[in-house]
Design a protein around this ligand. Sequence first.
Ligand SMILES: [Zn+2]
Ligand SMILES: [Zn+2]
Length: 329
Amino acid sequence: MTNFYVSLRLADMVQPCWLVKGFCLRCSSININLRNLTRAGDRDTPSLRGKTNIWRDFVSGKKKEVVWPVLPPGISLTDTHCHLDMDDYQDDYRQVIDNAVKCGVQRIITIGIDLESSRKAIELAASDEHIYASVGVHPHNVSGLIVDHYDELRRLAASPKVVGFGEIGLDLVKSYAPVAEQKEHFKRQVTLAKELDLPLIVHDREAHVEVMEILAQAAPFPAGGVMHCFSGDPALAKQVMSLGFYLSVPGVVTFNKAETMQEVVRTVPLSSLLLETDGPYLAPVPRRGKRNEPALLLFTAARVAELKGVSLGEVASATTANACRLFGF
Ligand SMILES: [Zn+2]
Ligand SMILES: [Zn+2]
């Protein structure tokens, strides 16, 4: 497979270069650097002409080159888990969405974590063709949920661009809500999601055994589901797949020490994988520690391609097809 990479200079984000075949007519610099990583049998060779200076708006910060993977034409990525309603995106929301689309991230699911963010997710989805919504209450926020709130969730879930139910689950790292309450509301929300025939978006943080126990009791799941930001080992991956669930890979896979996750990506078939940013959190290398945004999904996809020994185009088309199957885009 052949992948081309484009690298641009800091100056481009301040004042874009006028690039013609990599040569800038204004500042006379050559600022495209193609690194041809060739493997036999590749068919997706992207055309770079006219696409080279679209990164200037968000390649910010230090004076160093950032190398951006480029998707083959006609192939898109789907960010299956992002929190677009969060304050982190308030100042440059439009730019964030434009960056994503320019990078080929054609669909973004913005995730509800409580009633308010579920409502906001629906609003954002209604305002942009690229955005879809999920509704649900995150384990951090389940304290005090009463029947009225469940009625509201049911009502919200009927909105046209709601494609999933979540994020729901258990979080034993930061127990903002007592574990017993988390479990009770996880079960109740699983039941509601099944009744509404929506795929589950499950949050499992240090709660593998407990989450799997609740899911096993509630199986089967005709509408399917996803274990978002999957953090288990290959054995847990098998259990999750046996429920008919997908595993969603976050930017963590690009971290050097994420060996277990890399092993999972190597062993799990592409047909069971989804990609996500979980933005604004967990930005991939080379933006680790900074704000994450959907455009950066390219780096996660590129690392998955590398680990699986396939092209970026194959990873993008397979994971997008999986997302379409699960969420019914
Ligand atoms: Zn989560
Ligand atoms: Zn999340």
